[in-house]
Design a protein around this ligand. Structure first.
Ligand code: GDD
Length: 400
């Protein structure tokens, strides 16, 4: 049997995702009309002999209860939320729930970061992992040399694919091959994490013998029960014939900022063309709006037939789109109203916001602060133009 674990983080993380993470845990923010975490979960469905999916985070349990029960029913597969009492780190969180994860006696454990967007080639990773015969295999991708230092950079053996060297977010360039945050491990990973705790205790004991002050400074820097997968496990185990790499040639992005969520929504919409074409709006029928390219429209949304939508637009529940509206490259969240002849480009429109007649919102996700983001319940009055702005919740934009 195989189990999958998705690391969600918690409310103290995801701060770069503000103001959108004020309302909703980042893993539930919709990309292509589905919660962010829904994409890795539905990819797990393709893993042979998958017994369970665990979501590990330190968000309140009630925030995930509804989603977890509906997705379990939909996929006919048990999905369970496990809440940490505090952050234990990306490997510490996994270790904290080792007894529950091992209940099904799995031979393999997938570990996925929830804030990455990719095609999750999990069955082929599993095949490669079995061929390599190590303790773990990680998904890797080549990126531009300029962007590599935002990620874990690594060197792999070109013939055996063994991980030879790993450095997390290095200051000086190591390699343009980076860690995608998608792994498969045998249960030996728990022994590897356990060894980190034991070594730390040993070191702390040594310091205690030599000086009380040194112990104090050591415990201040790393809490004893906080273990990071990258620095504490991948770096020391590189070059020891235990870890291997599997390179994806498909798309991959990390979702840390609201601007990246627009880009990733676009990538997932494009993927729906192959995986779930039924989720894409067709624009067929006399009474439907003009649809350009990939568009998702929630069934409860009301879009005027004279509106023109797309490409790369996703419209959530109970949204009303008026006559003559033009939407390009945007995410429109629940209960938004977009009045007649408004134009919205490269923007995220927050829950319950409203855009007035002939208003214009524009942004550009390639520029650093480019995307226009309207927080919850923002009112843009008639004829107001908003360009590359982040607007905090409950604000009104008018001419006064
Ligand atoms: N449950 C739980 N508890 N989850 C956590 C915790 C924790 O204490 N700490 C982090 N996570 C989750 C995050 O939500 C995220 O999904 C994942 O674990 C990794 O988060 P970080 O440790 O903050 O690392 P990162 O996202 O900056 O970078 C990692 O991922 C990149 C790929 O997206 C590194 O592994 C990089 O090397 C890698 O390139």
């Amino acid at each position: 049997k195989v189990v999958a674990v998705i690391m969600l983080g918690g409310p103290t993380k995801g701060t770069r995702f503000r103001p959108l993470s004020f309302n909703i845990p980042k893993p539930l923010f919709p990309l292509a009309g589905q919660p962010m975490v829904h994409h890795p979960i539905s990819a797990c469905k393709r893993i042979p002999n998958l017994a369970q999916i665990y979501l590990i985070g330190f968000y309140e349990e009630r925030e995930f209860a509804l989603y977890v029960s509906s997705i379990s029913n939909e996929l006919k597969l048990p999905v369970r939320y496990l809440k940490e009492d505090k952050p234990h780190g990306s490997a510490g969180g996994l270790y904290y729930f080792r007894d529950i994860i091992m209940e099904d006696n799995p031979s393999h454990i997938f570990l996925l970061n929830c804030d990455v967007c990719c095609s999750f080639p999990l069955p082929s990773m599993l095949d490669a992992h079995k061929r390599y015969g190590g303790m773990g295999t990680m998904l890797v991708i080549k990126v531009s040399a300029e962007s590599a230092n935002q990620f874990g950079e690594l060197v792999a053996d070109p013939t055996t694919n063994e991980l030879l060297h790993y450095t997390e977010k290095p200051e000086t360039f190591v390699s343009d091959l980076i860690n995608c945050g998608v792994y498969i491990f045998t249960p030996d990973i728990f022994t590897a994490i356990h060894d980190v705790y034991i070594n730390r205790e040993g070191r702390a004991n040594l310091r205690r013998l030599s000086s009380f002050e040194a112990l104090q400074s050591a415990t201040r820097t790393i809490p004893v029960d906080f273990v990071r997968l990258d620095q504490d496990i991948l770096s020391p185990l590189a070059g020891k014939k235990q870890l291997y790499t599997y390179e994806t040639m498909d798309f991959w992005e990390q979702i840390k900022t609201p601007g990246m969520s627009l880009k990733c929504s676009e990538l997932y919409l494009a993927q729906f063309r192959c995986t779930s074409p039924d989720l894409l709006a067709s624009g067929d029928g006399k009474r439907s709006a003009t649809i350009v390219g990939d568009v998702y429209i929630h069934p409860s949304a009301k879009v005027h037939p004279s509106a023109k939508i797309g490409p790369n637009v996703s419209i959530s529940a109970n949204v009303r789109v008026g006559a003559g509206v033009r939407l390009i490259g945007c995410i429109v969240l629940d209960d938004v109203e977009i009045k007649e002849n408004a134009v919205v480009i490269n923007s995220i429109v927050g829950w319950k916001s409203s855009l007035g007649r002939w208003s214009f919102a524009d942004g550009n996700y390639n520029a650093k602060l480019g995307t226009t983001i309207l927080g919850e319940a923002v009112t843009v009055e008639d004829e107001v133009v908003v360009i590359s702005c982040i607007v905090l919740p409950n604000k009104t934009l008018n001419f006064q």
